[in-house]
Design a protein around this ligand. Structure first.
Ligand code: SF4
Length: 228
């Protein structure tokens, strides 16, 4: 069983919680409080959160109330719920409903391998959906139906590690008309593809509405540092 109970309350497996700046997304560069839940059904080739992949990862067990209280104590109004794959956590609908009652902007980072419909229990939440490209080894796990429930403030993020990945990005953007539905970002797999290659690709293909995004926290701090 992935989650424990405390009386009638669900306990969530929080691998880490911290305040930093948003490294990615529409609020990149702004302060944010991060809640990282344990467990992920994928194993991407470039994953940089190996410590959060197992449902048995070392963690703190917290109720939804505990998590909300921590967020409010920080005084930070951008909240990023991440993992692992937070939407795979048992009872995630309960946690999202509780978070939706807070006076914060909630952003949910998800792998693209889980139905994102559950996020709508928190009507103001914005969702960043990864699309796993060929170099991740996980493209076959993508839930394409997610493209039909995107809202304008959501984001589809492509993390590209090769020229083949960029070519596939172009196909997916065009096939599903993503720039007409939501924000679209392309980031390099750290150390695998240069930002200039992505910039040239975006400009060369006239990808209006597509943004090159760097993981700011990896530029500001050591790329391997946790808790930032
Ligand atoms: S979806 Fe994210 S957390 Fe899961 S393996 Fe891939 S990169 Fe790692």
């Amino acid at each position: 069983m992935r989650q424990n109970m405390c009386g009638e309350q669900m306990l969530y497996h929080v691998v880490e919680k911290f305040v930093s700046i948003n490294g990615e997304g529409e609020r990149a560069g702004e302060p944010a409080v991060f809640i990282r839940l344990a467990g992920c059904p994928l194993r991407c080739s470039y994953c940089d959160t190996g410590y959060a992949l197992s449902y048995d990862s070392p963690c703190e067990l917290m109720t939804a109330e505990d998590i909300c209280a921590y967020i409010m104590e920080t005084g930070i109004t951008n909240v990023t719920l991440t993992g692992g794959e937070p939407l795979a956590a048992e009872g995630i609908d309960i946690l999202l409903a509780q978070l939706s009652g807070l006076p914060v902007r909630l952003e949910i980072e998800t792998s693209g391998a889980v139905d994102i419909s559950v996020c709508r229990v928190s009507p103001s939440a914005v969702v960043t959906v990864d699309y796993k490209l060929p170099s991740s080894g996980m493209e076959s796990r993508m839930v394409i139906k997610n493209f039909t429930v995107l809202e304008p403030e959501d984001t589809v993020k492509f993390v590209a590690g090769s020229r083949e990945d960029l070519d596939r990005t172009l196909e997916v953007i065009r096939e599903y008309h993503l720039t007409e539905k939501c924000h679209v970002h392309i980031s390099p797999v750290w150390g695998k593809l240069s930002p200039s290659e992505i910039a040239d690709f975006i400009v060369g293909n006239r990808l209006n509405g597509v943004r090159l995004q760097m993981q700011i926290h990896k530029i500001v701090w050591d790329p391997n540092r946790r808790g930032v």
